[in-house]
Write a protein that binds this ligand. Sequence first.
Ligand code: HPA
Ligand code: ZN
Length: 345
Amino acid sequence: MFPTMSTLDPARAALIRRLPKVELHLHIEGTLEPELMFALAHKHGVALPYASVEEVRAAYKFDDLQSFLDLYYAGCDVLRDREDFRALAAAYFERAAADNLVHAELFFDPQTHTVRGVAMATILDGLHDAMAEARTKYGITSALILCFLRHLPEADALATLEAALPYRDKFIGVGLDSGEQHNPPSKFVRVFEKARAAKLHIVAHAGEEGPAAYIREALTLLGAERIDHGVRCDEDPELVNELALSQVPLTVCPLSNKALRVTPDLSTHNFAKLLRAGLAVTINSDDPAYFGGYITENYLQTAEALNLTAEELVTVAENGVRGAFIASEEKDALLGKIRDAASDI
Ligand code: HPA
Ligand code: ZN
């Protein structure tokens, strides 16, 4: 299923590569490459249902979100101790540095791990080990966003928040992910209310496979500051207008949308339409080990398929910075770096 690499013209490709980029929608468990999956399976004596790395990659053919989630949760079984979580995130940051990434806000799914007996502290400590290394080694800043699994009851999400609050300083926000259909934001009003009381940032996946009405619910019932995916806002023209006015960022993941058939092809993706309507859209990579490309590849293939101009690519990178949960001085510094990288366009 791996897409052919982009053949974008050299000038825009070079601009994309040198632009400082921000990642606002990345599930750290979705960066588990088959090679590391095998190494960790070997370490822990876990039997995988695949004979080789190639067989794993060959299994990455998805019909929809659920067909992906089944494989993604199964893959997580090899993540067991603090060093595993460190190794997972360290491998991600090495790739991110090569992509000229400057800041990442990483999702993690604690319920996928705590149900197997992994402690909350083990997950957080391992991820923070790698985050500290990334800051020193590459100058990449990062933070964590804890996601609740929406296919499970709200009571599980509440218990997860309770288990995480002793480590409040180790994550900056909460989100909502997993199977969207029939699991509306309204199911999670109480847990998000508690999260807001703990002064956590709020995001939610909405309008990936679910209807535009879920985006409205995420905004009004949960207090979402950003919408993850959000591409189905298009079905509600009034909502599109409101998103343009409010500048609530949409963290769009084009290669994910293609792999999970949210859009038949990148050339039919509504990213350019939303960008040109003035929405604060950003480009992100979601689960890059599964969808065939990290952030630079997402930018390259989207630019090529939708003919984004150099100026539009700069706007997208700026939208990422503006949408980040960082201080305004940090935003100004990163926007200055983008201007420098784009000074000759
Ligand atoms: N959507 C919902 N849940 C997820 C995703 C996604 O794209 N990736 C990992 N968990
Ligand atoms: Zn996602």
